[in-house]
Ligand binder design. Structure first.
Ligand SMILES: NC(=O)c1ccc[n+]([C@@H]2O[C@H](COP(=O)([O-])OP(=O)(O)OC[C@H]3O[C@@H](n4cnc5c(N)ncnc54)[C@H](OP(=O)(O)O)[C@@H]3O)[C@@H](O)[C@H]2O)c1
Length: 336
């Protein structure tokens, strides 16, 4: 079998293809034939040596992978040969809050998913929704689960509440879809009129062009008749405007900060949090229990993740280069 191994800090060029004998699952483990991977900014950060969690030089890269169980070890009860599964990004984090005990992650400190075969603990995989293809399901383990946790893992989204999503990166698109599924009013931001149309087609009720007004939280307030939104999903790090957009008792989930740093976003003042009366939290993807919950909702709602383009496994470096160019709307997938 073939796997792509990372060279810490070596970028896309540092990826090395290595051949290995097919592995055998031990007690409590399953062998998964990987069928698809999702690409994300996280992979570029890991390869470029800019990721906040520990990276082990030489591990198999990639944290998002789905596939078919092709063998099981002794004592495996939850999964059988032929099952379609996704690997959980934090394999040891089953439930409850995130702690450093669970920080080991696929494709950074542990061997990951850019491989043809992977051995995983039976508790480190979950069944994928039946209506999704493998390519679609590859959009779930990191990106969709992060959006789900942002919406449901804190104060918890209720039907009829309002949600603000920032930009058209992968996490925000997933959040738009999941928030609509949960019966929310969705306000989205984008700098592109063409992407605004696509956001509306996905269900966004209003789209604000943030590039026309650095104080776009005023427009969020106008759309919500002065009240502000119940949930802000901020993968961008424009935290001052995010907090100013929130309702009293609302919640801002900060998911990433890279774009805000690049744009030299206004820092968040203590007085702004105090005046808004909203809570700010950060998250780390989500746990296994949340992944199971999300998959139930996706199955019942017949939700299909948005896919921009699919590459072959042999084209992984080209796929990552395409991702780096940033000209996509929806997920970039590698199909095996
Ligand atoms: N905490 C976690 O668990 C977790 C999990 C997954 C990912 N992450 C991190 O979360 C971040 C999200 O990544 P992503 O791929 O979803 O999206 P992304 O690449 O960070 O966002 C790209 C989009 O953000 C918008 N944007 C860029 N600059 C902006 C600005 N100055 N103001 C407002 N919007 C701006 C643009 O939308 P338009 O083109 O529409 O204008 C752009 O297309 C990454 O940093 C990733 O590493 C964190």
């Amino acid at each position: 079998m073939k796997s792509y191994h990372l060279t810490a800090g070596g970028g896309i060029e540092g990826l090395q293809v290595r051949n290995h004998p097919d592995p055998t699952p031990g007690p409590g483990q399953v062998l998964v034939s990987i069928r698809a991977n999702g690409l994300s900014l996280r992979e570029l950060k890991v390869l470029d040596g800019q990721y906040p969690l520990p990276i082990t030089d030489g591990v198999v890269a990639g944290c998002e992978g789905v596939g078919e169980v092709v063998a099981v070890g002794t004592g495996v009860r939850r999964t059988k040969v032929g099952d379609r599964v996704a690997a959980t990004v934090f394999p040891h984090w089953l439930d409850g809050p995130f702690t450093l005990l669970y920080a080991d992650q696929l494709g950074s400190s542990l061997d990951g998913m850019f491989t043809e075969l992977a051995v995983l603990d039976e508790l480190a995989v979950v069944a994928i929704p039946e209506h999704l293809s493998y390519d679609e399901a590859a959009a779930l383990p990191l990106i969709a689960l992060t959006a789900w946790n942002a919406l449901t893992g804190g104060r918890g989204l209720q039907a009829g509440e309002s949600v603000l999503t920032l930009g058209t990166g992968a996490v925000s698109l997933a959040a738009v879809q999941l928030a609509k599924l949960a019966g929310a009013e969705v306000i989205a931001t984008s700098s592109s009129p063409a992407k605004a149309d696509r956001l509306k087609a996905l269900g966004a009720d209003a789209v604000i062009d943030y590039s026309q007004n650095p104080s776009w939280s005023d427009e969020v307030r106008a759309v919500t008749k002065g009240r502000g939104v119940d949930h802000v999903i901020d993968p961008v790090g424009i935290i001052d405007q995010s907090v100013r957009s929130a309702a009293i008792g609302g919640e801002v989930t900060l998911i990433g900060a890279s774009q805000g740093q690049q744009a030299k976003a206004e820092p968040l003042a203590a007085a702004t949090i105090f005046q808004t009366g909203a809570a700010v939290r950060t998250i780390a993807v989500g746990n296994r229990a949340q992944f199971l919950e999300m998959n139930r909702a996706i199955a019942v709602g017949n939700l299909h993740p948005v896919i921009d383009r699919t590459f072959n496994f042999s084209e992984l470096p080209e796929a990552l280069t395409y991702y780096r160019q940033g000209k996509f709307f929806g997920r970039v997938i590698v199909s095996h």
